[in-house]
Ligand binder design. Structure first.
Ligand SMILES: C[S@@+](CC[C@H](N)C(=O)[O-])C[C@H]1O[C@@H](n2cnc3c(N)ncnc32)[C@H](O)[C@@H]1O
Length: 461
């Protein structure tokens, strides 16, 4: 069995019979879990702890027997929807699990995933909102810690809000029969003061806000130019994440790894506009046209861009085209490759001792293949050069900087796939870097940092 084998699903219990084997604290925990879901509970236990005894006296479960004999189990199991083997004796739990599996009944041997056909997650309970956290049985302590952290973020009245929304579903369906329009009205409500009112139990104010959201709604699309950072999903901003989860469609390119795309709303339409082996990227004009077309059709279209949209990302052009077409645009900055790669490689971009200026430049060649750069300005001491798209022309870059006055032993580094799990940092000098990159078969995306800051590189991790 591997840790990935468990799929979180929710089990209906209000019409079910459940067997709990055990009468101590472990069994009490499981009994408490199922008791409030309306299940009929049977318990097999030699002795009952204080809590179990009280529940038994209150008639919350039926004591079916004292020991787990095969005859008793075979009589009970066929009726059960699920069984908890919750004694403190692993051998007994495994015996129960074996019998249950033989009868094809779901079984959870507590703290023992191996013989179990289901396990119970850590649960955050704001019913009807419930959040389950699972580690596949690998690290229950971690799951409990996560539960505490998430608990702290969730308003106490979450259940109240969900109940309010549930109650208004028929009403809103009647007024807005179209799914997208309805979803937007709900989103407007959830993001606005109405949700706050429902959380606080002020249903009249919540209803008024919902009516505003329903009537104020119109199918006006928007375009969101969002920086996704250099590749590590932890470097997404909260604003980026929120918009990623609210968009109708997303246009993305090869700088966006799957780990980030996974955080986009699952039913958003994905449109790849980047380079593939067989073809070049979609021309910029076509990307602009696609963004405009989707926004004008009423979509909230997300243009997800590597790093920051306004740094060598053509976000400026997209914004201009969209605004010219009368589309509402929002721009969300992202961590640009320079800061992401510098930080994760332990290379500061400025340093009081050696770099008072930091220049971001692109090594993207002109149509004739030449680099049109102001070499005398770039080949200065006291500054850091951060070069985007500089891998192909690396040899020329290093040669021209040396020609214009920087020493051949001037520090320089290439950061390959910065911030990603397979990041590599290659440090050398203007004289050695191009050969080093060739030798090590460095590939894109790669960022070049040139300057004495490279000497200050720290072993971060
Ligand atoms: C078209 S530019 C986009 C830059 C982006 N808008 C930003 O702010 O980072 C693409 C270049 O950014 C650099 N780059 C982006 N992500 C990178 C990463 N994770 N590691 C190294 N370089 C990266 C590379 O130089 C790549 O060729």
């Amino acid at each position: 069995m591997n840790d990935d084998a468990f799929l979180p699903v929710a089990l209906r219990l209000d019409d079910a019979e459940i067997l709990i084997v055990g009468g101590g604290g472990i069994a009490a925990n499981k009994t408490r879990l199922v008791m409030s879901r309306g299940a009929t509970i049977h318990v097999i236990a030699r002795a009952l702890g204080p809590e179990m005894r009280r529940w038994h006296e209150e008639g919350r479960f039926r004591l079916a027997g004292e020991s787990v004999g095969a005859a008793l189990l075979d009589a009970l199991l066929p009726r059960m929807r699920a069984v908890f083997a919750a004694t403190d004796d692993e051998a007994v739990n495994r015996l129960v699990a074996d019998r249950a599996r033989a009868h094809n009944v779901l079984v959870c041997a507590v703290d023992d995933p191996e013989p179990s056909s289901f396990i119970t997650p850590a649960i955050i309970d704001r019913r009807p909102v419930q959040i389950a956290i699972m580690t596949g049985g690998a690290a229950p302590v971690l799951a409990r810690r996560l539960r505490l952290q998430i608990e702290a973020l969730l308003p106490e009245g979450l259940g109240r809000l969900a109940r309010f929304m549930r109650g208004r579903r028929p009403w809103i369906r009647e007024r807005l029969p179209e799914v997208t329009a309805r979803r937007r009205a709900w989103e407007m409500f959830v993001d606005g003061p109405g949700a706050e009112a429902a959380l606080a139990g002020r249903d009249d104010a919540a209803q008024a806000a919902l009516e505003r959201a329903v009537s104020g709604h119109s199918r006006v699309g928007e375009a969101w130019l969002v920086g996704a950072g250099p590749g590590d999903p932890d470097m997404l901003t909260l604003a980026a994440l929120r918009l990623m989860q609210n968009c109708d469609s997303v246009l993305y390119d090869q700088l966006i790894p799957e780990a980030i795309l996974e955080r986009v709303r699952r039913d958003a339409v994905r449109v790849f506009v980047g380079k593939q082996k067989s073809r070049h990227s979609l021309p910029q004009a076509e990307i602009n046209a696609e963004l405009i077309r989707r926004a004008q059709a009423g979509e909230r279209v997300l243009r997800l861009k590597g790093g920051d949209p306004f740094i060598f990302g053509r976000g400026g052009e997209e914004m201009e085209a969209l605004l010219a077409a009368g589309v509402r645009v929002r721009v969300i900055p992202g961590i640009t490759a320079a800061s992401g790669c510098g930080a994760l490689a332990g290379i500061p971009l400025t340093h009081r001792d050696c770099a008072q200026i930091c220049v971001f430049l692109t090594g993207h060649a002109r149509a004739d293949g030449t680099l049109a750069l102001d070499w005398p300005t770039l080949a200065r001491r006291g500054q850091t050069l951060v070069i985007y798209m500089g891998l192909t022309p690396l040899a020329e870059l290093c040669a021209r900087l040396t020609e214009h006055g920087l020493p051949p032993d001037w520090p320089a580094a290439v950061i390959e796939r910065g911030t990603r799990p397979d990041q590599r940092v290659h440090a050398g000098t203007l004289a050695t870097l191009a050969a080093l990159a060739r030798e090590r078969a460095v590939s894109s995306p790669a960022l070049i940092i040139i300057g004495e800051v490279v000497r200050h590189r720290g072993a971060v991790g």
